[in-house]
Write a protein that binds this ligand. Structure first.
Ligand code: ZN
Length: 280
């Protein structure tokens, strides 16, 4: 039978089958010999009579903090005010998600704190990100968000104070998102590893801990970053390996000049490339 590991407590793996039934399974030593350690999120073949995990299926992706595999999508909880909209952080998260093959859903919060002029500004930004292919919802669009969760494994991410916990509460008041604030209140250090768990919600699963709390672009090359700016591919440059920075004839730079690419996107792209350059 096939299922997904939703929780690991020492040697006990809780596996959820396709119908939502739970099985407490053990693993066999051979995983250790194969250098495969089962993680939360792993899809497995298991023996439902003897409760043994037989095989770990190929992973779509693996995050290391928190350690979890096969994340389909991430809700980027993005505050528009208090804290202010941070397009640099948003673009950085989008880059990391693209790199990890995770679909982003941008969820805007605190729109009610904006003046009309500010709303207009946010609306232009929203239209741009939608135009290049991203899903953007407001935190009032709860039904749409619920639909997005169906049949997917989802993680929440976004800046501190953006409203991850209150969003989760709107979706399901029983769900307790473990945020950094809670760990602090309990006097635990920042880097304390805790057990992570996938919680069933609206036909899908949601990780009970925010992901990408400390994001850097450490494993990525400059080419990875270039590829992650998905709209750049729409503007093929004369020079095939164009990095869109110092090249004289560059379609991407032209598109920025023509206002077809959002300037902040291009500026953030240059910053990320510079970060990679400074690393070496
Ligand atoms: Zn170029």
């Amino acid at each position: 039978m096939k299922g997904q590991i939703i929780k690991i407590l020492s040697n006990l793996y809780t596996v959820c089958d396709e119908n939502g039934n739970l099985y407490d399974c053990h693993s066999r030593g051979r995983f250790r010999n194969d250098n495969i350690t089962p993680t939360v999120g792993d899809y497995v073949v298991f023996d439902d009579k003897n409760n043994y995990i037989l095989e770990i299926l190929d992973r779509k992706n693996t995050l290391d903090r928190p350690l979890v595999s096969n994340i389909d999508q991430a809700i980027i909880v993005t505050s528009c005010k208090k804290p202010d909209l941070e397009l640099n952080l948003l673009d950085k998260l989008l880059v990391v998600l693209e790199y990890n093959n995770i679909d982003p859903i941008i969820c805007l919060t605190k729109l009610d704190l904006l003046s009309n002029d500010e709303l207009k500004e946010i609306d232009d930004i929203r239209k741009y990100y939608q135009y290049i292919g991203y899903t953007i919802l407001d935190n009032t669009q709860i039904d749409e968000l619920k639909e997005k969760l169906n049949k997917k494994t989802t993680v929440l991410t976004g800046q501190t104070g953006a409203g991850k916990s209150s969003l989760i509460n709107k979706l399901d008041p029983n769900f307790n998102l473990a945020t950094g604030e809670i760990s602090k209140a309990l006097g635990r250090g920042k880097h304390t590893t805790r057990h992570v768990e996938l919680i069933e919600m609206f036909g899908g699963k949601v990780l009970d801990t925010p992901g990408f709390s400390s994001i850097d672009l450490k494993q990525m090359t400059k080419e990875d970053i270039k590829d992650a700016f998905i709209e750049f591919n729409e503007y093929p440059c004369p020079y095939k390996d164009c990095m869109h920075i110092n090249e004289k004839e560059c379609s991407v730079k032209q598109a920025v000049e023509d206002n077809n690419i959002l300037e902040s996107r291009y500026e953030n792209y240059k910053k990320f490339i510079e970060m990679i350059n400074n690393r070496r």
